[in-house]
Design a protein around this ligand. Structure first.
Ligand SMILES: O=C(O)CCC(=O)C(=O)O
Ligand SMILES: [Fe+2]
Length: 241
């Protein structure tokens, strides 16, 4: 970005958590945004996510596997609204499915191979000199749309079974990305501004670190991208059988 007082450089924010500023070229940003706009269309398009505690201010669409609150415990079959108290052993409040169980019920949209390839390249750039881990390829993306008032509370990305890193791509308005530790949602944490085109990779000892987006900076995105608000795409490996 022009007007920076100091150049933004690759930074390891926590062990295994790396910020890669300007990782997506303007062309890739346009390409990803155009794809997000297509993915947002129904069926299996953009939806409001109802959590156990309320409604998320961020609107979301999923690719590959659909993430959302479980209507029933996958093991004991108890209804979601009774969870977790009714089923302390089996209660996962959220899980992945192949259909939009908390929306229009349509099959989840396909995860595109090119997005997995971008994520693989970002991991290689985040950890230069390290041998590329084997294992399953990237197969999930959660696409989040933030308007000027949207935010995301501190949480872990813990519904995947693979230990592979999560890769996040940001478009549009800058946000404050809060990155903590796996120990709990409180301090210590580091706040990083994520700008349009930035990637952020978290794996290894930070794979289950709590993180969130306390706020965006409305109107701060690059005018030429033509996006009002912010879009974030997190790319993940499911690791399901
Ligand atoms: O919007 C972001 O930068 C973070 C998104 C996130 O944490 C998630 O989708 O789980
Ligand atoms: Fe997350």
């Amino acid at each position: 970005m022009s007007g920076e007082l100091f150049p933004r450089e690759r930074r390891e924010v926590a062990p295994g958590a790396v910020h890669l500023p300007d990782w997506l070229s303007p062309e890739r940003q346009r390409e990803l945004l155009a794809a997000c706009r297509e993915w947002a269309r129904p069926p299996a398009g953009l939806r409001t996510v109802r959590t156990r505690t309320g409604v998320m201010s961020v609107k979301q669409v999923c690719l590959g596997w659909h993430w959302g609150p479980v209507p029933r415990c996958p093991r004991c079959g108890k209804a979601g609204k009774e969870l977790p108290a009714a089923c302390p052993r089996h209660a996962y409040p959220y899980a992945y499915d192949r259909t939009v169980v908390d929306g229009d019920g349509a099959p989840v949209k396909a995860f595109p191979a090119w997005l997995g390839e971008w994520a693989r390249q970002a991991v290689a750039d985040a950890f230069p000199g390290e041998r590329e881990p084997g294992g399953d390829p990237f197969d999930i993306a959660l696409v989040n749309f933030y308007d000027a008032h949207a935010h995301m509370g501190m949480h872990q990305d813990s519904d995947e079974r693979s230990p592979a890193p999560v890769v996040s791509f940001s478009l549009g308005d800058t946000c404050v990305f809060r990155f903590g530790t796996p120990a709990g949602r409180g301090r210590p944490w580091t706040d990083t501004d994520l700008l349009s085109g930035d990637a952020f990779v978290f794996g290894g000892p930070s794979r289950l670190a709590y993180h969130g987006v306390p706020r965006t900076r409305p109107g701060s995105g690059p005018a030429e991208l033509g996006l009002t608000g912010r879009v974030n795409v997190t790319v993940r490996v499911a690791g399901f059988d």
